[in-house]
Design a protein around this ligand. Structure first.
Ligand SMILES: Nc1ncnc2c1ncn2[C@@H]1O[C@H](COP(=O)(O)OP(=O)(O)OP(=O)(O)O)[C@@H](O)[C@H]1O
Length: 754
C-alpha cells in the first residue's frame, strides 16, 4: 500500500517527466525543421543554420542525460518564505524546468534558491521547514526520506549527515568502473566548496574518499552555470593525473548537463602530444624543478649567437665582410620587440639584410658602380637567397621547434654542460637521452615552456592563426545575428543563448577550439590529484589561466611524484607567488570519508602512521561487514626477490573467494610496478576477458594496476599484492601503499609474501 505522500510525489515526478518529454519532442522537431530548411548557400546563412542545429543537438543531448534521477529533492519553505507562486514547496533536480505557462516546476540544483536543500540544518534552517529526498528507480519514486528542521531536534541534528538513507544507499551501491554524480546527496561541507566564489585559487585538502573529485566536478558544473557569460566563451579546463582517471570521471559532467568542458591528463597539456609514460623518479625530479625554466630560457638564448669573428660572404661573386657588430645590432633590434625567439627572428633577419644590402651597395659604389633604388631591391633579394648569408644568419639565430630544442638539449652533453655550469655530471647524466626517444609526461611542461619562449616556428602559421581569430570573430557576429532572429522562447535558456550559442559556430565549440590551441587561456581551471604536480607543471597551468581562477583538489599525504611539493603553500607558489594563505588563495578541508568503510580506513591509517606519513584523518561514514583479510604466501628461497608467479596462485584464490561474495562488483589487483607485468598473464589465464591491465581494466570486472594507476579510482574490492614491495618502490615513503589501501568501497585483501 503506497502512502498518500508517496503517491503525491509519484504524480508530481510523473508530471516533470511528461514536461521533459514534451521539451525533448519540441527540440527534436525544431532540429528536423532546421535541417530541412534550405537556407541558401552563403557563409552567413550556413553558419547560422549550423549554429541553430548545434544548439538543438546540445539541448537534446542535455535532456537525454538528465533522465536518470531528474528530480531528487523537495524543500518545504517556512511561512513567509513561500515561492513566488504561493506554494511552500520547491522541487530540486538536475535541470530547471518550467511548465507551459513558464511557471517554475523544477529548480536546477545550482540556483541560489536550491542551496538550502544542501546546507540547511536544524540549527540553521535557511528558511526551510523540511527537506525531502526522493529516491527513484527509473522514473518512479520508490521512497521518500524526510528531515524536519524542528527546534527540538536542534542538538542531535546539527552535525548529522543529510539525507542519511539516500546517502548510504548511494555509498553502498556497486561500483561500475565509472564515477557517478552525487548531485542528490551533496553534503553541506561539500556544497559550501562547490558554491564558493569563482575568483582566486581555492585549494581543497582532504583524505582519501572525502569526495574531492566529486566536489571538483560539481564545482565545475556549478561555475559554468552561475558564470556562464564569462566561462562559456573562455571555457573550463579539468586536469587529472592519467588517462585511466579521465575515463573514470568522463560521465560525471555530461550527467550534470555540461558537455563543454575540456578534460586533459597532465601528459596531454601540450597540444598534439599525449605522453603516457614518465621518467624514472630521479629524472622526473630534475625535469620538474622550477630551475628548468631558467635552463630552457638559457638554451633558447644560446641559440642567438653573435659570431666571434668577421665572416666572409660570397654574394654572386662579390665578396662582403659580415662584422659581428652588424649581427649584434640586428639582434638588439629583434630583442627590443620582446617577441619570442622565432617571431623576433623575422625582425633580426630583416634588420641584418637591410644593413647588409646598404653595405653591399656602398661597396659596389666604391668600386665605381651606380646603384639606384631598383638595384637595391635586387641586391636585397640576392642577399636573401645567398647560401653564405643563410648559413651566417641561421648560425646566429636558428629557427627552432620546442621538440628540436629539447632533443638537442638531451642529446648534446656538451651544450647542456655549457648551460649548467653549476650542475654535477651525475645530475646532467639524468637528462641524457637519444634524439628519437619518446617524450615523457615530465617533458610536457618543458615543451610548453619552450613553445612559449620560441613562439610560432613558421611565420605562415602565425598569419593563419591571426586569420582564424578574425574568422572566429566573424562567426560570432553571425551567430549573434542568429540569436536575434531566433524565436524559441521557453525552449532555451536566455543565458545559454547569450553566451554559449555565439561560440558554437562552424569553427567548433569553445571546448574544441581551446583543446586545439596551446595558447588558449581558460576562465577557470580545476586540478585534481593536484598534490602530484611539479613546479614546471604548475607553470603550464598558470599560463593557461592568467586570471588565476583555480580549484585545486588533492591530498598531500597521497603525493608520490618525485618532483611534487610538500605543502600547498609551495605547490601553489607558481600561481600566487609568495602571497600568504587567505590573500590570493584559500584552503578548505573535507573531513568525512564517503568511500572506505571504517575498519579499512583504520588499517590504512595505522600503516601510514607507522611509516610517518602525515595524513589528514577523516571520519568514515560507515562500517562494512568484511574485516580486512591477509593472506601470507610462503616463498621458497629460490622465489626471492619476490617472484610474481609464486604469488599468482594466492592472488587467484583471493579473487575467486571475493567473487563468491559478490560476482558482479569490481575488483582491483594493485601490485608493485615490477610485479604487475608478470602477474597479469598468470591472472588472465584464469579470468580471461574478465580481467584487464591498467586503463583497460576499468571496462572489466577485474583491473590489474600499479598504485600510480589507481590514483583517484575506487573499486568494490581491492587486492593489494606485496604491500612491502609497493612501500619499497615509492620515492615518497608510504604514499603509494596508502593510495592502494584506500581504494575499496567494501573489501580489502592483502597478499603478503612471507
Ligand atoms: N555527498 C556524497 N554523496 C554520495 N556519494 C559521495 C558523496 N561524496 C562523495 N561520494 C562518493 O565517495 C566516493 C569518493 O569520492 P571521491 O573519489 O570524490 O573522493 P576523493 O576525495 O577524490 O578520493 P581520493 O583522494 O582517494 O581520490 C565516490 O564514490 C563518490 O561518489
Amino acid at each position: 500500500m503506497v502512502s498518500t505522500e508517496l503517491a503525491q510525489e509519484r504524480r508530481y515526478v510523473e508530471e516533470l517527466y511528461a514536461r521533459l518529454d514534451a521539451l525533448r519532442l519540441e527540440a527534436r522537431t525544431a532540429l528536423e525543421r532546421v535541417r530541412r530548411d534550405d537556407v541558401g548557400g552563403n557563409h552567413q546563412s550556413r553558419s547560422e543554420r549550423d549554429a541553430y542545429a548545434r544548439l538543438y543537438e546540445d539541448r537534446i543531448a542535455q535532456l537525454d542525460e538528465v533522465d536518470d534521477r531528474l528530480a531528487f529533492g523537495r524543500l518545504e519553505l517556512s511561512d513567509g518564505d513561500d515561492s513566488d507562486d504561493g506554494s511552500p514547496f520547491r522541487y530540486i533536480g538536475r535541470i530547471g524546468l518550467r511548465d507551459e505557462q513558464l511557471k517554475p516546476i523544477l529548480l536546477d540544483w545550482r540556483v541560489p534558491q536550491a542551496a538550502a536543500f544542501y546546507q540547511a540544518t536544524a540549527a540553521t534552517p535557511l528558511g526551510a521547514r523540511a527537506r525531502r529526498h526522493l529516491i527513484t528507480e527509473g522514473r518512479v519514486v520508490t521512497r521518500i526520506d524526510d528531515e524536519i528542521f524542528d527546534s527540538e531536534l536542534l542538538v542531535e541534528q546539527a552535525d548529522s549527515l543529510q539525507g542519511e538513507a539516500a546517502l548510504l544507499a548511494a555509498l553502498t551501491g556497486q561500483r561500475t568502473g565509472r564515477m557517478s554524480d552525487i548531485v542528490a546527496t551533496i553534503q553541506a561541507e561539500q556544497d559550501r566548496i562547490i558554491r564558493s566564489d569563482l575568483g582566486g585559487v581555492l585549494v581543497v585538502q582532504g583524505g582519501p574518499g572525502t569526495g574531492k573529485t566529486a566536489v571538483a566536478l560539481h564545482r565545475a558544473a556549478y561555475l559554468l552555470y552561475s558564470h556562464r557569460e564569462r566561462l562559456a566563451s573562455s571555457g573550463v579546463l579539468v586536469v587529472g593525473p592519467s588517462r585511466a582517471f579521465l575515463q573514470y570521471i568522463e560521465a560525471v559532467l555530461p550527467s550534470l548537463g555540461e558537455t563543454g568542458v575540456v578534460v586533459s591528463s597532465v601528459g596531454g597539456l601540450y597540444s598534439g602530444l599525449e605522453a603516457v609514460h614518465d621518467d624514472a623518479p630521479e629524472t622526473a625530479r630534475v625535469k620538474g624543478a622550477a630551475e628548468m625554466a631558467g635552463l630552457i630560457k638559457r638554451a633558447v638564448r644560446s641559440r642567438q649567437r653573435v659570431p666571434l669573428e668577421a665572416i666572409d660572404l660570397d654574394i654572386n661573386g662579390e665578396r662582403l665582410t659580415l662584422e659581428p657588430g652588424l649581427i649584434a645590432s640586428a639582434m638588439n633590434r629583434a630583442w627590443e620587440t620582446r617577441k619570442p625567439h622565432n617571431e623576433a627572428r623575422v625582425v633580426f633577419v630583416k634588420s641584418a639584410l637591410n644593413q647588409l644590402s646598404r653595405l653591399l651597395a656602398e661597396q659596389l659604389r666604391s668600386h665605381g658602380n651606380t646603384v639606384d633604388d631598383a638595384d637595391q631591391a635586387v641586391l636585397r633579394e640576392d642577399l636573401r637567397t645567398s647560401h653564405d648569408v643563410v648559413v651566417a644568419l641561421n648560425t646566429a639565430w636558428l629557427p627552432l621547434t620546442p621538440e628540436k630544442l629539447l632533443q638537442d638539449l638531451y642529446a648534446r652533453p656538451q651544450w647542456l654542460a655549457s648551460l649548467t655550469p653549476q650542475w654535477s655530471n651525475e645530475k646532467r647524466a639524468l637528462l641524457r637521452r637519444d634524439r628519437d626517444a619518446v617524450f615523457t609526461i615530465s617533458d610536457v611542461p618543458l615543451l610548453d615552456e619552450a613553445a612559449e619562449l620560441l613562439g610560432e616556428y613558421n611565420a605562415q602559421n602565425a598569419a593563419l592563426k591571426r586569420e582564424e581569430k578574425l574568422q572566429k570573430k566573424r562567426d560570432i557576429e553571425n551567430a549573434e545575428n542568429a540569436i536575434r532572429n531566433m524565436q524559441v522562447e521557453g525552449l532555451v535558456h536566455a543565458e545559454d543563448l547569450a553566451a554559449g550559442f555565439a561560440e558554437r559556430s562552424v569553427r567548433g565549440t569553445t571546448a574544441e577550439q581551446a583543446a586545439a590551441d596551446r595558447t588558449w587561456t581558460y576562465g577557470h581551471i580545476v586540478v585534481d590529484e593536484a598534490q602530484e604536480l611539479s613546479p614546471m607543471q604548475w607553470r603550464v597551468l598558470a599560463r593557461r589561466c592568467p586570471l588565476r581562477s583555480f580549484t585545486v583538489v588533492g591530498d598531500m599525504a597521497q603525493a608520490s611524484a618525485a618532483a611534487s611539493a610538500r605543502s600547498w603553500q609551495d605547490a601553489v607558489h607558481p600561481l600566487v607567488g609568495a602571497s600568504p594563505l587567505g590573500e590570493r588563495w584559500r584552503l578548505e578541508e573535507l573531513t568525512v570519508n564517503y568511500r572506505t568503510p571504517a575498519q579499512i580506513a583504520a588499517v590504512a591509517e595505522a600503516m601510514a602512521e607507522k611509516n610517518q606519513l602525515p595524513i589528514t584523518r577523516a571520519t568514515a561514514v560507515r562500517e562494512s561487514e568484511w574485516p580486512v583479510s591477509t593472506t601470507i604466501v610462503e616463498l621458497r628461497p629460490s622465489d626471492r626477490p619476490v617472484d610474481p608467479e609464486a604469488l599468482g596462485d594466492a592472488v587467484i584464490t583471493v579473487i575467486e573467494d571475493d567473487r563468491d561474495i559478490d560476482d558482479r562488483g569490481t575488483v582491483a589487483v594493485i601490485a608493485p610496478e615490477a610485479t604487475v607485468g608478470a602477474l597479469y598473464p598468470a591472472l588472465s589465464e584464469s579470468f580471461g576477458r574478465d580481467i584487464g591491465l591498467g586503463a583497460q581494466g576499468l571496462n572489466r570486472a577485474i583491473a590489474v594496476l600499479t598504485a600510480q594507476d589507481a590514483k583517484g579510482l575506487e573499486f568494490d574490492a581491492v587486492v593489494v599484492v606485496d604491500p612491502d614491495g609497493i612501500l619499497a618502490e615509492s620515492s615518497r615513503g608510504a604514499s603509494g601503499l596508502y593510495v592502494a589501501m584506500t581504494r575499496p568501497t567494501q573489501r580489502l585483501h592483502l597478499v603478503r609474501p612471507s
